[in-house]
Each structure stands twice: as structure tokens, then as C-alpha cells.
Design a protein. Structure first.
Length: 257
């Protein structure tokens, strides 16, 4: 049985079902393994279709299935759960850009991925503005304070400005007429508030601020990053707005050691 199960794993990973003929259970028809693999592949494609809703809508069933199979071949699933499967799907889309000629498609995929990560992330209590105010009132140095982003917070930098169109597709809004897209950097924040995934466009300065905090920078260093790109930024309003949005967590905060 051990040899048989090892052969089945090989088949699910893409090996020919004839591998079963060399096992102790020679009377098992390899066609059984092929059917099992086909069912498994179908499940993987279904998960990718659900996790990349807007990509599927844009390219249609046939081409999406082709991309999904290409992804599965390069990135077979090795985890017990398929929740969140498809981490590198945008890379497959970019690798096949000459075939589909849709330069913007990976930007939709990155936002779809961020939505899934926000939706499935662990819950964590948000930091309140009162916590920062109390810290400062007690003599704490806010410049050395480290703000941690919650697990559901995702920062997306795209090379195409697709957020508005992506949002409509996520909401099943029918697109009317032609849509013109021109390559331009777009920064997006995707996170979950209560049970709802929400998203918002960011300026380059806001993105730099949050990206620095996400990488472990202190509040002071993150401020320098932001002002270096957008010196006109009102840092008080930015910090207050992001805190009110509930993207920071009380866990792992505090002064830099």
C-alpha cells in the first residue's frame, strides 16, 4: 500500500499513470489514477477561478483554464488546504503576455490576490488613536514607535491603473462601452474591516509610508520615506486617517529597541 500511495502522489504531480504498474497492486487499473488526477486538477482550476474572479471575467473560461493549467504545472499545490491557492498566478500571466497581449492583466491578478489574502487573514485587534496619544502623553517618543500593519493589510503597486475597473468587476457591475487603459503606476491599499474587504487608492507618498512600516521601520523613518516622495503630505492627517481605517494592530507595537 505504501508503494501504491507513493505512485499515486507521483501521478497527482503530473507523472504518467503507468507508474502504478510497478507497485505491489498491479491489478489496479492506471485509468483509475488518471480519473483521480483529472478530478484533482478540476478542483485546482475551480479554486483559481474563485480566487481570480476578475481575471476569469476578462479572459473567459477557455483561456483562463489554459492559464490555470500552466500555473498548476509550474506551481503544484503541496499544502493540505487550497484556501488561498494561487500565490504566483500573476507571474504566469506575465510569462504569457506575448500570447494574450493583455499587459494590464497581471494588475487585475495582483488585486484579486490581495482581496483573497485580506478575506482569509487572521483577525487581530486594531490600534486606536488613543493608544498613540497616551503613549506620547506619557513621554514616549513617537518617532521611535513601531506601528505594525494587521495581517489583512495588503499593499499593491501596479503598472496599470485598473482599480476602478477591477472594483466594478468584483461587484459584478457590467462594463458598458470600451475602456481605455494607459500604463501608469497605481498604488492600492486592500484590507478587511469587520467582515468586509475594502480598498482604496494611495498616493506614492502614502504607499511609501505604509510600505516602510510594513518592513519594520519606525514611525520617524517611515515619515522620512513619505516626505521624501511627497513633501506636501500632512503626516498628522495621514496617520490619523490610517489609524481610523483600522489597518494598524496593537500587537508588536512600541518603541524601537
Amino acid at each position: 500500500m505504501r508503494d501504491y500511495m507513493q505512485a499515486m502522489v507521483q501521478v497527482l504531480d503530473g507523472r504518467d499513470a503507468g507508474e502504478l504498474r510497478g507497485t505491489a497492486l498491479k491489478y489496479i487499473d492506471p485509468e483509475f489514477a488518471r480519473v483521480y488526477r483529472n478530478n484533482s486538477v478540476s478542483a485546482f482550476v475551480d479554486v483559481l477561478r474563485a480566487n481570480y474572479k476578475t481575471v476569469h471575467t476578462l479572459v473567459g473560461e477557455d483561456y483562463f483554464s489554459a492559464l490555470a493549467l500552466a500555473y498548476l504545472e509550474k506551481y503544484p499545490a503541496h499544502q493540505r488546504t487550497l484556501v488561498g491557492y494561487g500565490q504566483g498566478f500573476s507571474k504566469i500571466i506575465e510569462a504569457h503576455v506575448k500570447a494574450h497581449n493583455l499587459g494590464y492583466l497581471s494588475s487585475f491578478a495582483k488585486l484579486d490576490r490581495a482581496w483573497t489574502l485580506a478575506h482569509t487573514a487572521a483577525d487581530m485587534r486594531s490600534l486606536s488613536m488613543e493608544t498613540l496619544q497616551d503613549y506620547a502623553a506619557a513621554g514616549g517618543d513617537l518617532e521611535s514607535y513601531k506601528l505594525a500593519l494587521k495581517p489583512d493589510v495588503n499593499l499593491v503597486r501596479n503598472t496599470w491603473p485598473v482599480l476602478a475597473m477591477w472594483s466594478d468587476l468584483r461587484d459584478d457591475t457590467e462594463l458598458r462601452g470600451s475602456v481605455e487603459l494607459n500604463a501608469k503606476t497605481e498604488h492600492v491599499l486592500v484590507w478587511r474591516r469587520d467582515l468586509e474587504v475594502i480598498y482604496k487608492a494611495l498616493t506614492a507618498g502614502e504607499f511609501a509610508f505604509l510600505a516602510a512600516l510594513q518592513s519594520g521601520a519606525t514611525l520617524g523613518l517611515a515619515t522620512v520615506e513619505c516626505l521624501g516622495i511627497a513633501p506636501e503630505t500632512d503626516m498628522g492627517s495621514l496617520l490619523g486617517g490610517m489609524t481610523a481605517a483600522g489597518i494598524f494592530t496593537e500587537k508588536n507595537g512600541g518603541a524601537d529597541a
